[in-house]
Design a protein around this ligand. Structure first.
Ligand SMILES: *Cc1c(COP(=O)(O)O)cnc(C)c1O
Length: 441
């Protein structure tokens, strides 16, 4: 249906920008009384025109016959399989991500679980970068081994040999089916070279006959600043609860990739019941209209905040922000792979929980909470919260020290955020000075 405006992808022979497509793509007002915006379709099931159509839609939904061109994901059957509000967001997410197709799920963890349950079987191994998001670490480290699936971690995403060693270790017990990545890493902002992972996977496939699937969690700066599919990843997973939802008011997940790779994942979503509800889907369609605007503004504010932190006169800070990276290899990956820094980054003060807590407790605009990517700015202390489940040694190896503080910069005016940090730093420093005076007197 390329002639229909709601499926328009180009104008005057030039492709439209995702920011333009997010306002209208995938929704046909003619199907809803001309309403300019999609209503929330609060329905569990859909009426067939006749019995033949019911049979056909079931064949389509269960993948027994291929979906004809122009029919979206197939006919509407039942809201666990497909739903108009969900499909609008899926079409838009695929556009933002530069992928052929997309699926929504009830959470980011449901997206990751659906991919793992689709592609990993008892006896298989897979390799993964570490540290990962805490929930993913728990799924890989505690749950999948109970299903007979073996995870092998690696810690350097810029070094071919490190990945090869992990693949060889995994291959000792079974076929290595997946390379799982998350970049930039949380909370260190370490970058993984996705193109290098593609090279390693293909070479490994040629040598062993088993090419591992490359899956990348693109929650931290995607889809606006990074498109892993274009760098060679097979599948992206998202927590849409973060930047894409963008207002800290919903929990949802997404999966992007080729129709071939996502077809079995779609089946898994249907049988496990990992689908997203209509209302959250509708909220996402609304959020996506402002996605580029929000992420660009938050990244610009994040730059201002990072600059203040790096140059402040109160407390010395080391920035874990991609644009303050000193390693030339990481600088090169950042330039090649990312279009911007995002707005979630960390700074590191002296390795001292007391000092870190005084800074956290002194902030007034930054809210003390886990999560990221909302319109409000958040601050958290990973060592005592999100990463407290790791052993102290694993935390140290990952660089998650007591002095590391993570910020998610939101949409407030950046000057106000800097002022908030300034007053918190000033009082944290003054109380450090008065403590050391008490100690020395
Ligand atoms: C939050 C998050 C997840 C999990 O997403 P939920 O929507 O909370 O299930 C996965 N990966 C990353 C990087 C995250 O930040």
């Amino acid at each position: 249906m390329p002639d229909k405006n709601f499926r328009r992808t180009e104008l005057g022979g030039k492709p439209l920008h995702p920011a333009t497509q997010m306002t209208a793509y995938g929704y046909d007002p003619a199907l809803s009384e001309g309403a300019v915006k999609p209503p929330v379709f609060l329905t569990s099931t859909f009426v067939f025109e006749n019995a033949e159509q019911g049979a056909e839609f079931f064949d389509l939904a269960s993948g027994r016959i291929p979906v004809p061109e122009g029919m979206g994901a197939g006919g509407l059957v039942y809201s666990r399989f497909n739903h108009p509000n969900t499909e609008i967001v899926e079409d838009r997410l695929a556009i933002c991500d530069g992928s052929e197709t997309a699926l929504l799920t009830s959470s980011g963890m449901a997206a990751i679980s659906a991919v793992a349950l689709t592609y990993l079987r008892p006896g298989d191994s897979f390799v993964h970068y570490t540290p990962l998001y805490g929930g993913t670490e728990a799924l890989f480290g505690n749950v999948l081994p109970q299903w007979g699936v073996r995870p092998v971690p690696f810690t350097d995403g810029t070094c071919k040999d490190a990945v090869l060693r992990a693949l060889e270790e995994g291959a000792q017990t079974g076929p290595v089916k997946m390379i799982y990545l998350e970049t930039p890493a949380n909370p260190t902002n370490a970058l993984i070279d996705i193109r290098l992972m593609r090279e390693v996977a293909d070479e490994w496939g040629t040598a062993t006959g088993q090419t591992p699937l490359i899956v990348c969690d693109n929650t931290m700066i995607g889809p606006v600043f990074q498109r892993p599919i274009e760098c060679g990843a097979d599948i992206c997973v998202y927590s849409l609860s973060k930047y894409v939802g963008g207002h800290s008011d919903l929990v949802a997940g997404g999966i992007t990739g080729s129709a071939k790779h996502l077809k079995p994942v779609r089946q898994a979503r249907g049988v496990f019941g990992f689908h997203l509800d209509p209302h959250s889907s509708w909220m996402l369609s609304r959020s996506m209209e402002t996605l580029t605007l929000r992420m660009e503004r938050a990244a610009a504010s994040g730059r201002k905040v990072a600059h203040w932190l790096a140059t402040n006169d109160y407390i010395p800070c080391r920035l874990l922000h991609p644009e303050y990276e000193s390693d030339p290899r990481a600088q090169e990956i950042y330039r090649r792979q990312c279009d911007g820094p995002g707005s979630t980054f960390a700074f590191v003060v002296e390795d001292d929980r007391d000092l870190a807590f005084r800074i956290l407790n002194g902030l007034t605009l930054f809210k003390l909470a886990v999560s990221l990517g909302g319109s409000e700015s958040l601050v958290c202390h990973p060592a005592s919260t999100t990463h407290s489940g790791m052993s102290p040694e694993a935390r140290k190896n990952a660089g998650v020290t007591e002095g590391l503080i993570r910020l998610s910069v939101g949409l407030e005016h950046p000057d106000d955020l800097v002022r908030d940090l300034e007053q918190a730093f000033c009082s944290a420093r003054d109380s450090s000075q008065s403590r050391s005076q008490v100690r020395s007197s």
